[in-house]
Design a protein around this ligand. Structure first.
Ligand code: FES
Length: 142
């Protein structure tokens, strides 16, 4: 015959419920079809790297600065924001002169900023760019 445990043994488990909900973490581009433009372009000139890094006919992606620079065959430079105009993801892949957005697969031409593949429909934001003392400097469009 088991003796009943006396009812005095209350388990009090308060406090455990106070854990905050973490995890707003990496919802990088949940989308929402925003529109509203993708402003994240440099607001002041930024130095990207050595001029020699961008070959004629080639392009270079500067992920930290969120800028892509390309050079035409005649040697002139062009720069665009590498923020995707679809839902604002930072583009992290450059395949030759084609930028590929990791979020929904839009592709852009790094030489013109034009959309090569949907869902994006707007071209990348153009930036001003120049070579100064052997360095590439990009900034807001003049
Ligand atoms: S944010 Fe959707 S394709 Fe780039």
């Amino acid at each position: 015959m088991p003796g009943r445990p006396s009812a005095s043994r209350r388990t009090v488990l308060r406090g455990a419920a106070l854990t905050p909900v973490a995890g707003l973490g990496l919802a990088a581009c949940s989308g929402g079809g925003g529109g509203g433009g993708a402003p994240a372009t440099p607001t002041a000139p930024v130095v990207l790297g050595a001029e020699s890094e961008v070959a004629k006919g080639g392009a270079e992606l500067y992920q930290d600065q969120k800028v892509v620079v390309s050079r035409s065959e005649d040697g002139s430079l062009k720069a665009f924001s590498s923020i995707c105009t679809h839902a604002g993801c930072a583009i992290n892949k450059l395949d030759g002169t084609t930028l590929v957005c990791p979020c929904h697969g839009s592709e852009f031409d790094a030489r013109t900023g034009k959309v090569l593949r949907a869902p994006a429909t707007e071209p990348l934001n153009a930036l001003s760019v120049e070579a100064k003392n052997g360095k590439i400097v990009a900034g807001p469009e003049a």
